[in-house]
Design a protein around this ligand. Structure first.
Ligand code: BGC
Length: 741
């Protein structure tokens, strides 16, 4: 048996090797036929006719240039009809090199899934892989070859609007999610349902100073390697085909022209064989950065640094040939970039059939696949975080007779998709997206009377609707209030200095709470918001983020207990903007504050607590879990050994539920200071009422390693606190072990 497996494995490896070999031969043969203009054409990407996703600064004659072989890829061309039209033009070019169609498929294509930050809250890797798979299947059916996802930037600053696109603040969780998403997107490359993933934004974009988008990043080498780079490495190890660089400068060098990042780390140390695309216009933007004097110098800097494809700068198109002529750029550099891109086109099978992704029937079938909506509903329910539930107000009893549903989000359709949703021109989103009102109606049917009032808008000062909202609430047995951010308040270029609930919404909450009716608040948002009064005063809160096509149904599933919430926050929620950046895995100071009230000569604010409003890893359930009986296989471990640990998890409540058990470590003494607590593993466990399971984890050297002062991963001998928690601040079991030489 073993021999058979070994032989099978060898044959498979040989097959993959020889396939790659054949592709390389084909790429080289093609390269020999290409003029320098055609080569540079492959490095050139333009936006198409759909909504532009950046500032338009160039206006090329795309049709003519495609026919001349001067364009290698396009973004923002949606649907088989349009991708086919452009591909037909490419087939009129001399060498008939197919175009590569890219799109930001960030959280679903036609079927919209929760925003990535929301999905991250599910801590459910299989669910995230599946949602990425569905998105890729639909995109591929619609003519797309390549998605600009996953975004794996660590986000520790909720003022930064792009935290909605990522997996939150934690490097370990973010790395696991990055790998799951890449696998989901790419499936099996070459298969017609698969698209290329593009890991972005390389690198450190999430650390923009002040949370202001596109801003500079200044960080130590240690922090770069330990906190910001691992999710990229994890995505690469999962097979990511392409990378996108980022807008920010890192320690003074724009990422796009950053040789250290792209050539030394990514293509050097990590041996990345795919290609790097610039971000939108980021090559040209190096002029504004003050790093180069014009587009020509920008092209020189970017190609030298390892950016293979130019998105929307026109810097390569008009300057590279001249730079080669002047001997400033060697043709081997260009050939390397072209090879990387052509290889992907071959791997996708586009040379065999450039219209492989252009089957209209398949497009219709996949875009309307009911199974996809079912998955979207499940993933959406899994993404909802229960932040508060006093006196078990939730789930709402199905026998409730009168429910008031109040707030500016209640009857919205498209707004539930949030930022970075694919906006297909032919789709009627009032039908496509289940509003929260419809979801509730679907759930209660004729069993309950539903009352509605809008109350106010999301973001203005008008309180005229309050009276009607209060009167409506007075008539009901329970009030559900749906408030939050408008869809375009978190996303690219949506940084906010004030992340409190916008407009007069919190005043609406006060007015409704004053009625004395039981109030459930739903908060729709793309980032952690500040809502202290609401958090302290209303009995029940669900953080619903932006949930996509099935938002209404998923919310109703959770409200009525058909799904027991299991999500946990992937980002810390601050009490106030003044605490930002705030993240759970911080270092201690020499004068740590012993509690939230001490301020005298300790590291604290005199006007604000240190603790967050809601911590990383936090989220409630309709049931309770008891942790007990932690046992370690050994309390001393050598570097080549593994500690096995086990404990009991029991569902002590009345309903079935899932718990995300979180394993944290603290390296007590390090040659560089270590975080007070760090996530190192987790599992999501489902238990029936009364059921107990033994949960096991192993701890190896890798989990104990950090990026040391010699700029290498090391595990240092000494004591480690081991903590098992239901959140980063709710530690249920704790012990200590020692790493020995
Ligand atoms: C964003 C990228 C995106 C690209 C193309 C840029 O503005 O930063 O994340 O993929 O536009 O739409």
């Amino acid at each position: 048996m073993k021999r058979k497996i070994t032989v099978g494995f060898l044959m498979l490896s040989f097959f993959a090797f020889s396939q790659q070999n054949t592709i390389d031969q084909k790429v080289n043969a093609l390269l020999k036929k290409m003029t320098i203009e055609e080569k540079i054409g492959q490095l050139n990407q333009y936006t198409g006719d759909n909504q532009a996703t950046g500032p338009i600064t160039i206006n090329p004659n795309k049709e003519a240039e495609i026919k001349q072989g001067l364009i290698g890829s396009m973004l923002n061309v949606l649907g088989t009809k349009y991708t086919r039209q452009y591909q037909e033009l490419a087939m009129q070019s001399r060498l008939k090199i197919p175009l590569l169609f890219a799109q930001d498929v960030i959280h679903g294509y036609k079927t919209s899934f929760p925003i990535p930050l929301a999905e991250a809250a599910s801590w459910d890797l299989a669910a995230m892989e599946l949602s990425a798979r569905v998105a890729a299947t639909q995109a591929a059916a619609s003519g797309i070859h390549w998605t600009f996802a996953p975004m794996v930037d660590i986000g520790r600053d909720p003022r930064w609007g792009r935290v909605m696109e990522g997996a939150g603040e934690d490097t370990y969780l973010g790395s696991r999610i990055a790998a799951a998403r890449v696998k989901g997107i790419q499936g099996k490359l070459g298969d017609v349902n698969s698209v290329l993933a593009c890991v972005k934004h390389f690198a450190a974009y999430g650390a923009a100073i002040g949370g202001r988008d596109y801003n500079s990043v200044d960080m130590s080498e240690r922090m770069l390697w330990e906190t910001y780079l691992p999710p990229f490495k994890s995505a690469l190890d999962a097979g990511a085909a392409t990378f996108m660089n980022s807008f920010n400068d890192l320690n003074g060098i724009p990422a796009t022209g950053n040789k250290y990042l792209q050539r030394d780390i990514l293509k050097g140390k990590w041996n990345f064989q795919g290609f790097v695309v610039s971000d939108w216009g980021s090559i040209g933007e190096m002029v504004a950065h003050g790093y180069v004097k014009d587009n020509k110098e920008a092209a020189l800097s970017a190609i030298t640094a390892g950016s293979d494809m130019d998105m929307e700068s026109n810097a390569y198109r008009y300057n590279l040939a001249q730079l080669v002529k002047e001997n400033k750029v060697s043709i081997t550099l260009i050939d390397d970039a072209v090879r990387r891109i052509l290889r992907k086109k071959f791997e996708l099978g586009l040379f065999e059939d450039p219209y492989k992704y252009c089957n209209t029937e398949r497009e219709q079938r996949e875009l309307n696949n009911p199974e996809h909506r079912k998955i979207a509903r499940e993933v959406a329910a899994k993404s909802i975080v229960l932040l508060k539930n006093e006196n078990d107000l939730l789930p709402i009893a199905k026998s409730t007779k009168k429910i008031a549903f109040i707030g500016p989000m209640v009857k919205e359709h498209k707004a539930n998709m949030g930022f970075w949703a694919v906006d297909l021109p032919e789709v009627d989103y009032n039908k496509e997206i289940v509003s929260q009102w419809e979801g509730l109606k679907n759930k209660v049917g004729k069993n309950a009377e539903l009352l509605y009032a809008k109350g106010c808008e999301i973001d203005d000062n008008n309180k005229e609707g309050f009276a009607e909202a209060v009167a409506t609430a007075m008539k009901a047995d329970v009030v559900i209030l749906s408030i939050g951010e408008r869809w375009d308040m978190s996303g690219e270029a949506k940084s906010r200095s004030n992340i409190h609930l916008p407009g007069v919404q919190e005043e609406l909450v006060k007015a409704i709470q004053a009625t004395g009716k039981p109030v459930v608040v739903l908060i729709n948002a793309g980032r952690p918001l500040v809502f202290n009064w609401t958090a302290d005063s209303v009995p029940a809160i669900l953080y619903t983020w932006w949930l996509g096509s099935e938002a209404g149904n998923a919310i109703a599933d959770v409200l009525f207990g058909d799904y027991n919430p299991s999500a946990k926050l992937p980002m810390t929620f601050p009490r106030d903007e003044g605490q930002i950046p705030i993240y759970y895995n911080h270092f201690n100071t020499g004068r740590p504050a012993p509690n939230d009230t001490a301020t005298h000569y300790v590291s604290a604010y005199i006007d604000l607590k240190n603790s967050p409003k809601f911590p990383f890893g936090f989220g409630l359930s309709y049931t309770q879990f008891e942790y007990s009986n932690l046992k370690l296989s050994q309390t001393k471990m050598k570097k080549n050994e593994t500690i096995e640990l086990a404990f009991q998890l029991k569902n002590t409540g009345k309903v079935a539920g899932e718990e995300v058990v979180q394993l944290y470590l603290r390296d007590k003494v390090g040659s560089v200071v270590r975080p007070v607590i760090e996530l190192k593993d987790f599992q999501k466990i489902k238990l029936n009422p009364g059921e107990t399971k033994t949960i096991r984890f192993s701890i190896n050297k890798e989990k104990l390693s950090f990026y040391g002062k010699d700029l290498n991963w090391i595990a240092e001998p000494g004591d480690f606190d081991l903590m098992i928690g239901s959140s980063s601040t709710d530690i249920r079991l704790k012990t200590i072990f020692e790493l020995i030489e």
